[in-house]
Structure formats: structure tokens, C-alpha cells
Design a protein. Structure first.
Lengths: 392, 84
């Protein structure tokens, strides 16, 4: 049989029995879409986390008392600056602000708005272009999650913070962070560092913690030892530890889904195997006729191979394309929450498209190979029976 | 019959083309640059995890005893003796 006639017959067969395949295609697509979506989300978040970590300081020093972080003295800044090899020593003031009625919280971060570098960065990440307005009194820049939260709670354009002394400090909203930064900025509010001190009740001589970098990696252990000699009650967090913590978190969550996927795919393949065994038993006569008119076992296996390959590819591509749209175009509603949490403000994350073709290849192998085996084995069992027996 | 297959194939080609177009024309560099700029400004590694008030945004990293069971900490861990 010529190739064109063979493929015409194949298409005819698929078309004739389309109702037989439609269920398998739909369920397979759903399984592939679910797994691909989880892996897309995981890959995208990991990519963004690791790329943002490149801009982070190498070390963070915190003062610990009773296992909890407490504020550090401003004098520590000079002590750290005096250590040889240390650069970019940054004082940080930040903290969570609890909104009691809804049991939600925001992350407040203090920035030196008069610093030229900070100024330049703000123009890149805030929707507004007129940056001069930010320097006027009591202004803040908020994330998208905070903006929506304040709007629904009747604080459109401002918020009345209460400091530890019970005084109300009204801060007006200068602008919102750009959508692309929402993976970091969703529940964040930044404002002038002194304004934040008055809201959180941090004294002028105190800081939340200190960040710094050490360009020479060979010096890292030495610097940590020096810090411990300066102060015994400290915790030094390295950038590497944070990167590993994030990697572990997403590999763990992604791996858990992969495990669930394997269980689901095995169950599905088993069902598929039994279903196709039944279907091919009813098609026994048809296969017998093909054998009687001169088709070899190889021809019949070839026919069933291409038939199942067509179905598997259809399901695989539908699943992957649907997952891509779901994650990178629609922002992965519901599933995104599994990775980013749903206990505080609503997330408005824009996932940057990160497509790992190695990963897609693995999904292809994990799906297409068992799928075809489940279809071809029953077909082979029928094809090897004698045509005279099959026609009975 | 062939016509309906052509419609299916055409649909898939268009869908794949739109996905490829989205990947190619999405300004990934700009996206990453904005995230990096904010990261540089705040120097905080925390992602916007929507977690409860008392739970930590990022958990302290402890090397696992076995990569297959990352939740299991090494048997000689002394965190409970020496506060990190």
C-alpha cells in the first residue's frame, strides 16, 4: 500500500471512530495541562527569584535575642564598615504592619528617597513619571495587592497608620509599582525611612538589620568569623542560603506534583489499556479482514502506531498550549495560589514566560510512551491471531 | 473528512504560532530588569508570599540529609541547642 493511501486510510479510521478517541484525548490533555501548568509556574518563579537574588547583598546581619530578631544599633554599621573586604553596607528598616479588621498585613520598607541611586530606580519601577511629588511629605508607593486591598477597605489614595504610641499618621499614595514587579511588590509599601521609623516605632539610633557584600568569595568565611567575634548574639544569613531555600521550596512543590502526576498517569494508562482491549476485541473482525486482504502483522501495528501517535500528539499539544495560556497569559488563577499562598492579600502575579524544553521533553516521554504502549499492546494481541479465527 | 482534519491541524498551527509569538515578543529582559531594580532598591530577598502574619516568608535553609526527602533534617542537627 502506498504511503498516501495508508495515511488516507489512517485518517479515515480516526475520523470514523472519533467518538472512541475523544474521551481519551480530553482526559489526557487535562492531565498534561495540569502538570505542565505546575511546572511552568515553578520554573517561572524560580527564574525570577534567582534573577532577583543577583541584586541582593551577600550577607545580612541580624541581632538575635531569645531566638527572635531584635533591632540593631546604628553603631554596628561603622563596625562592619571597618572590616576589610566589606562593601555596600546598607542599613535596613522594615517590618510588617498588621491590619486588624481583616487580619491582613503589609510589608513596610524604608528607603532613603534623597539618595540619587534610589531615585533612579524608583523611576524605573513606578507607574508615575513625576518623581518630584514623592519627595513631598508623607508619601508611599504601594504594590498592586495593597492598592486593591485599600480600595476595598475605603482607603483609596491614602492610609492612616497607627504608630506604637497610638498616634495616627496619614500617608498618601504616590503611586503603584509596575505590574511586572508584583512577585516582590504585591504586598509591599515603600516610604521615606524616617517616616517608617515613626510608624514602626524604631528609634533613630536603631535599625532592623544590616546588609553588606563581600566581593571576594574567599573572604566569606573569614568575615563571618570576624562578625561573630564582634558580637556573639547575631545571625548571619548568606545569599546562598536564601537561594537554596527557594530552590528547595519549589523543587519540593514541583516534585510533589510530579509524583501525583505519575500516580494519575499510571491509573489512566491502566484504564486506557483495559478500554482499548475491549475496543479492539470488538474490532477483531475488522483486523481479521485486513489480515485476510494481505496486511501483515507489521502493517496492522504500523496503522495502530500512527493512530495512537496522532491521538497522543493531539492530547500533548492541546495540554501544553492550554497550560501556557493558563499560566503566562491568564496568570494561573487558583494554581498560582498553591505556590504563592492565599492567606494574606490576593496575588496579581505576572509570570514571565520561561519554557524549559528539557522539561517539556520529559513530559512528552512520561506521557506519550506509556500512552502508546497502552494502545499498541492490545492491538498487537489481536493482530497476531489468525485471520480465520478472527473472522469467526 | 480531510477538510475537518485540515481545520484541526490549522487550529493547532495557529495556537503554536501564537505561543511562539508570545515567547519571542514578550519583553523578558524588561520584565527581569524591573524585578531586579526593585530587588536592588529594597535588598530584601522575600517574594510576595501571601502567608499568615506569624509565619515566615522564607524559611531558614537547613541542608537535608537526603535529597529524596528534603523535609528530613540531618540526625546530628543541633539547632535546638545552639540558636542560629
Amino acid at each position: 500500500m502506498s504511503n498516501s493511501a495508508f495515511f488516507r486510510f489512517l485518517l479515515l479510521l480516526v475520523y470514523r471512530y472519533k467518538s472512541k478517541h475523544i474521551g481519551a484525548v480530553l482526559i489526557s490533555s487535562l492531565i498534561v495541562a495540569l502538570l505542565s501548568a505546575v511546572l511552568f509556574i515553578s520554573a517561572s518563579i524560580q527564574h525570577e527569584t534567582l534573577s532577583s537574588l543577583t541584586q541582593q547583598p551577600d550577607f545580612v546581619v541580624q541581632k538575635i535575642r531569645g531566638g527572635e530578631r531584635v533591632d540593631v544599633s546604628l553603631e554596628w554599621l561603622d563596625e562592619i564598615r571597618e572590616i576589610n573586604g566589606v562593601t555596600a553596607v546598607t542599613p535596613r528598616v522594615y517590618g510588617n504592619y498588621y491590619f486588624t479588621p481583616n487580619e491582613e498585613h503589609f510589608l513596610l520598607y524604608g528607603v532613603d528617597l534623597f539618595d540619587e541611586q534610589s531615585h533612579k530606580i524608583i523611576t524605573e519601577i513606578v507607574e508615575k513619571t513625576d518623581i518630584k511629588g514623592l519627595l513631598s511629605n508623607n508619601q508611599m508607593i504601594i504594590g498592586e495587592g495593597v492598592r486593591d486591598f485599600l480600595k476595598t477597605n475605603y482607603y483609596d489614595g491614602f492610609y492612616n497608620f497607627k504608630n506604637p504610641d497610638g498616634e495616627i499618621i496619614k500617608v498618601t499614595t504616590y503611586g503603584t509599582f509596575k505590574k511586572e514587579t508584583s512577585i516582590i511588590s504585591n504586598e509591599m509599601i515603600i516610604m521615606e525611612i524616617d517616616l517608617l521609623r515613626s510608624i514602626l516605632g524604631v528609634e533613630e539610633t536603631m535599625l532592623t538589620d544590616i546588609a553588606f557584600s563581600v566581593p571576594n568569595e574567599a573572604e566569606w568565611d573569614n568575615i563571618i568569623t570576624k562578625l561573630h567575634l564582634l558580637h556573639y548574639d547575631i545571625r548571619v544569613i548568606t545569599k546562598e542560603e536564601i537561594a537554596k531555600a527557594y530552590q528547595n521550596l519549589y523543587n519540593y512543590k514541583g516534585g510533589l506534583f510530579l509524583l501525583l502526576y505519575l500516580i494519575v498517569i499510571l491509573t489512566f494508562i491502566l484504564i486506557l489499556y483495559q478500554r482499548y482491549s475491549m475496543v479492539y476485541s470488538s474490532e477483531k473482525k475488522e483486523i481479521g479482514i485486513l489480515r485476510a486482504v494481505g496486511w501483515s502483522i507489521k502493517d496492522i501495528i504500523k496503522l495502530k502506531f500512527f493512530e495512537s501517535l496522532f491521538i497522543a500528539l493531539l492530547a500533548y499539544f492541546s495540554g501544553v498550549i492550554a497550560a501556557y495560556y493558563y499560566v503566562f497569559v491568564f496568570g494561573a488563577p487558583l494554581l498560582g495560589g498553591l505556590f504563592l499562598g492565599t492567606e494574606n492579600l490576593g496575588n496579581h502575579i505576572v509570570f514571565a514566560p520561561v519554557v524549559d524544553f528539557g522539561l517539556l521533553g520529559s513530559i512528552f516521554l512520561f506521557f506519550v510512551v506509556p500512552f502508546m504502549a497502552a494502545v499498541l499492546i492490545p492491538a498487537w494481541k489481536i493482530a497476531v491471531t489468525e485471520p480465520t479465527e478472527a473472522m469467526k | 473528512m480531510i477538510k475537518s482534519f485540515m481545520v484541526v491541524i490549522l487550529f493547532f498551527v495557529l495556537a503554536l504560532a501564537s505561543v511562539t509569538g508570545h515567547i519571542l515578543f514578550y519583553k523578558s529582559d524588561e520584565h527581569t530588569a524591573k524585578v531586579q531594580a526593585l530587588s536592588k532598591l529594597i535588598t530584601l530577598p522575600t517574594l510576595a508570599f501571601s502567608t499568615a502574619y506569624f509565619s515566615s516568608n522564607i524559611h531558614h535553609y537547613t541542608p537535608s540529609a537526603n535529597p529524596a526527602y528534603p523535609e528530613l533534617i540531618p540526625i546530628d542537627t543541633l539547632d535546638f541547642v545552639y540558636v542560629k
